[in-house]
Design a protein around this ligand. Structure first.
Ligand code: RAT
Ligand code: ZN
Length: 418
């Protein structure tokens, strides 16, 4: 029998892990934040925090207004309703509500006063550029990957006009419309001067590659990404699979980009709710196994939305070194599932995965998303190192720092270079 780790040793271990987890700067590999100079698209501040679509979904369960009429209200009015319903009339226990409070608290604001006008006054003194630095410092985030879509009219125009890049913000090229709704995407590509027809002829596929190349270069996109419905399959040669195999994957190889697949989103389960109306379903990861095996030179960054897919994803990652699991995506980004997913991945993959991405849509959210994840990560790692200590193996501070650095972005960077 091994000797139990004494409480004293365990506390020292926990303190060492906490120090490493809190002091390691994060590379946030998937967000919906924008470079502050990219066409004014960056969202921040108390009203944006309150109208986050995760909270929209929650207020919809409580308030009497129909979603359509709620969505037509001014943003400040929506924010007031959400504040009253979710924070004043009920306790803000959900993860999305708690996130607002963690953010305000870490910014030094007094949440117990429950005073929305006072909070608004405090935010009014900031401008986007200085506030970016404040939030990144507080969250200890060193770089932020954006989600950049040429299919978004506002965003496309801002890229075409050009702007001075903030080097902390890194581009990732998002191509959902191209892969999930080809007929519509084909019309848009044609409008933009690419010679594409509805059928996927060789010429059309070459033009799709020209489109991907143009935008990769314009944005300096580090990886290409798509979110896919649970039904996605490569078996029947559907348009999505054909485009992926004949345009996207060869493009990624040519430009040295990993391809990020976010699997299992069921869009518009309740279309009335807009962004808040999406749901999830379990994906067939056989399709992913096929892609990893058939395209060994390509690299796949993968996250899954269904909890039921998490175990299979880890097992697949043990089989394929060109597969890198990342993050606890969206409905998985709650402490209960972060704890579970981190432990599962550590036990099956060691530290060869990326623990989390924030998916923040509002800048200030990086504060709470990373605060909450860091708590889960510290606790999971402390337990794991304590298990090792039972054998007499005690990690050094430098080893813990190395491991944490890998989990918070280092392993991702290595994977991108592989
Ligand atoms: O987490 C979210 O905010 C979702 O709405 C999605 O944006 C999702 O993360 C995605 O990238 O599709
Ligand atoms: Zn996202």
């Amino acid at each position: 029998m091994s000797t139990p780790v004494t409480e004293f040793r365990r506390n020292a271990l926990a303190a060492m892990v906490d120090r490493a987890v809190n002091s390691t700067p994060v590379i946030d590999i998937h967000t919906h934040l924008y470079d502050p100079l990219l066409g004014g698209l960056l969202l921040w501040g108390i009203d944006e925090l309150l109208v986050y679509h995760y909270l929209m979904a929650e207020v919809n369960r409580r308030q009497k207004l129909l979603p359509e009429s709620f969505l037509t209200l001014r943003k400040s009015r929506q924010a007031e309703i959400i504040w009253n319903v979710l924070f004043i009339q009920h306790s803000p226990l959900s993860e999305a509500c708690r996130g607002v409070l963690t953010t305000l608290h870490r910014l030094g604001l007094d949440v117990k006063r429950r005073d929305l006008p006072a909070l608004r006054d405090w935010f009014a003194q900031w401008n986007a550029e200085t506030y970016v630095t404040r939030c990144m410092e507080l969250a200890n985030v060193k770089s932020i990957y954006m989600t950049n879509s040429p299919f978004d009219d506002e965003e496309r125009a801002a890229w075409q006009k050009g702007f001075l890049r903030d080097e902390r913000f890194v581009a990732a090229l998002r191509v959902d419309p191209l892969l999930v709704d080809w007929p519509r995407a084909a019309r848009r590509l044609a409008e933009w001067g690419y010679e594409v027809g509805e059928g996927l002829s060789t010429h059309t596929l070459n033009e799709v590659r020209r489109f991907l190349a143009d935008w990769t270069l314009r944005m300096e996109a580090r990886y290409l990404m798509v979110s896919l419905p649970p039904e996605f399959s490569c078996d029947d040669d559907n348009e999505c699979a054909q485009l992926m195999k004949a345009a996207v994957l060869p493009h990624c190889l040519e430009f040295g980009q990993p391809f990020a697949l976010m699997m299992g989103v069921r869009r518009a389960v309740n279309p009335q709710l807009g962004l808040a109306g999406d749901g999830l379903g379990r994906s067939d990861l056989g399709t992913l196994a096929h892609l990893c095996a058939a395209y060994p030179e390509n690299r796949f960054l993968v996250t899954v939305l269904s909890r039921e897919n998490q175990h299979e994803l880890c097992v697949l990652a043990r089989k394929f070194s060109n597969l890198h699991p990342f993050g606890c995506w969206w409905f998985n980004n709650v402490p209960y599932l972060i704890d579970e997913t981190l432990r599962l991945r550590l036990e099956l993959l060691g530290t060869s995965f990326t623990a989390q991405h924030s998916d923040a849509r509002v800048l200030d959210q990086i504060i709470y998303k990373w605060d909450h994840t860091r708590r889960s990560l510290s606790s999971a790692l402390t337990d794991k190192y304590a298990d090792l200590a039972l054998t007499g193996w005690e990690p050094t501070a430098a080893e813990v720092e190395r491991d944490v650095q890998g989990l918070l972005g280092g392993a991702f960077e290595q994977f991108c270079k592989m």
